[in-house]
Ligand binder design. Structure first.
Ligand code: ASP
Length: 582
């Protein structure tokens, strides 16, 4: 039996066609001798009936043997159902079967996915990922991933970009994470590093004159199992020559527009709003603002300098956030937010209620009439509100109120996952101070071009050097980073020096790149949107694991293959490696 159609395509106008379908038995029922199968494949589900009045007893017996997830092929005739099943795309028809072949049996799966997605524990889903991927939702996610990848390839190819692969076995790259190392058998004691990104190679391709490059690139970063991370993830890696940041902005906007339009039928408005980093931190407390809702942070440091209230008077920064409609929070509920603020580094969480134009409770008695007037003016609320204050170092205030803002956005139902709000965050500082190591680190990476007017400050005032780097943010998620690159050796050396790299380190790590830059490096710029993150936001999934076919578990192991695993002594000997057992 060779299938003539898939399980998602037959409709009313196929009535009376003789067809052969193949797939998995999704559900089966025996209603008084009449056998009903829901036959499933990647494309959908079709109902099949075996009627003992029409087919031989042998066939009925064979069909009765089928259980969930058996693989079968059936021959039959398309019939229009008197009572259409509105839940199925094929719900207007059913197949009146006249033959069946059991292609393969299945033992009982460890969980079911009849409701579109398995509700089993993630560990189990990942152990049996091949079954988990049979579910409607996971299949849909992988189809969307394919569409997004194809839209990307088509868009960039049309714009003249060449898809070029770069090595997976290479030397350390500068994205700031730990490298995964691969022992080199032929060079005992030496290691390849898996690339944290193709950064250096894409810049070398610009030196080669490739002009416009892209790659759906796998990146490897050995980070702790915190949050929603994967040791390997995929980037849409892009680089172009003789362009500035505006080119990268409009290229990426066009790409995002095409991705959403082709894969979801959604027309994303372009261009995206551009928000300087300093404004983002001031108004949203974070460098990846969620623009689906307002709730902006309001700065009152100027007025609180003269406050009678010691906590305000002495603080480097005082800001508040006014949450409309939350004025009736109980003491206990407020305590919950206070705990959260403390978890983010605050010493406490001052609040006041605004009810019918009057302030009540909390720190009301410490506020002067002037303070109150200013707060009402800035708060921009129409009715009653709960006002939370942050008074501390600027970075702590931002972290705490930025966190609360996002939390209220969620709790107030202001974060519709179907609402897609992009923005650019621009003008990042070039360096950030690493207190632990007592040195300056590159905020993006060390090949990022500083703003021309700040080049003089690199040596003595690094905290005030801005860079030509940018992030693309979608619904509060950082989707991409990129920058205009340094193509001038002198500036590059200044940056290396500021990062306290010794000449030996520079030579060892980047000597080959600096050498290449002696042979005519064009001005260039690039960006790298994260494909997994993008898909996570598009699908509204909670983790990136839901949009990756075979991800690692949260603890970064693989329940399916049991990787990472020990290897044999012979393998270690061949690699000249001895392992210290813990
Ligand atoms: N290589 C950078 C990253 O992975 C992106 C870029 O600058 O293009 O974040």
């Amino acid at each position: 039996m060779k299938r003539t159609h898939n399980c998602g395509e037959l409709r009313k106008n196929d009535e009376n066609k003789n067809v052969t379908l193949s797939g998995w038995v999704h559900k089966y029922r025996n209603l008084g001798g009449l056998l009903f199968f829901d036959l499933r494949d990647r494309y959908g589900i079709t109902q099949v009936i075996f009627d003992p009045a029409k087919v031989s007893q042998d066939i009925i017996e064979l069909a009765s043997k089928c259980r969930n997830e058996f693989v079968v092929s059936i021959d039959g005739v398309v019939k229009v159902k008197p009572d259409a099943n509105r839940n199925l795309a094929t719900g207007e028809i059913e197949i009146d079967a006249n033959n069946i072949k059991i292609e393969n049996e299945s033992i009982t799966p460890p969980f079911n996915f009849l409701k579109g997605r398995s509700d089993a524990k993630e560990e189990l889903r990942l152990e049996y990922r091949y079954l988990d991927l049979r579910s409607e939702v996971m299949t849909r996610n992988l189809i969307l991933r394919h569409k997004v990848t194809m839209a990307t390839r088509n868009f960039l190819s049309e714009k003249g970009f060449l898809e070029i692969e770069t090595p997976t076995f290479t030397k350390s790259t500068p994205e700031g994470a730990r490298d995964y190392l691969v022992p080199a058998r032929l060079f005992p004691g030496s290691f390849y590093a898996l690339p944290q990104s193709p950064q250096i190679f894409k810049q070398l391709l610009m030196v080669s004159g490739m002009d416009k490059y892209f790659q759906i690139a796998r990146c490897y970063r050995d980070e702790d199992a915190r949050g929603d991370r994967q040791p390997e993830f995929t980037q849409i890696d892009i680089e172009a020559s003789f362009v500035d940041e505006n080119y990268i902005f409009s290229l990426t906007e066009g790409l995002m527009h095409q991705i959403f339009s082709e894969s979801m039928g959604i027309e994303i408005p372009v261009p995206f709003e551009r928000i300087p980093y300093s404004v983002s931190m001031e108004e949203y407390g974070v460098d990846k603002p969620d623009l689906r809702f307002g709730l902006k942070l309001k700065n009152i440091t100027d007025i609180t300098r003269n406050s009678e209230f010691g906590v305000f008077k002495n603080a480097e920064c005082v800001k508040f956030i006014a949450v409309e409609g939350k004025e009736d929070l109980s003491r206990k509920q407020i305590g919950k937010y206070e705990d959260y603020a403390k978890h983010l580094g605050a010493k406490g969480l001052a609040f006041v209620k605004l009810v019918d134009g009057k302030f009540e409770a909390g720190i009301e008695k410490f506020l002067t009439d002037d303070d109150k007037r200013t707060i009402i003016e800035l708060a921009e609320v129409n009715g009653n509100a709960m006002i939370f204050f942050g008074a501390d170092r600027t970075s702590t205030v931002n972290k705490v109120l930025g966190g609360l803002r996002n939390r209220f956005g969620n709790e107030l139902g202001l974060t519709d996952p179907k609402d897609f709000k992009f923005c650019w965050v621009t003008d990042f500082p070039m360096f950030e101070y690493n207190e632990e190591a007592d040195r300056w680190d590159a905020m993006h990476h060390m090949f990022t071009m500083p703003k021309e007017e700040d080049i003089d400050k690199i040596e003595n005032d690094p905290g005030n050097v801005l860079s030509k780097s940018y992030d693309l943010v979608l619904n509060g998620v950082e989707l991409a980073s990129g920058s205009v690159r340094i193509h001038d050796r002198d500036i590059q050396e200044k940056i290396f020096k500021r990062l306290d790299l010794t000449n030996e380190e520079i030579e060892d790590k980047f000597g080959f790149m600096l050498k290449a830059f002696k042979y005519g490096a064009p001005p260039h710029a690039g960006i790298a949107p994260g494909l997994d993150r993008l898909l996570q936001v598009m699908t509204g999934e909670e983790t990136i694991r839901e949009v990756i076919a075979f991800p690692k578990a949260k603890s970064l192991n693989c329940p399916l293959t049991k990787a990472p695993s020990e290897v044999s002594q012979d393998q270690l000997d061949e690699l000249n490696i001895s392992v210290k057992k813990k």
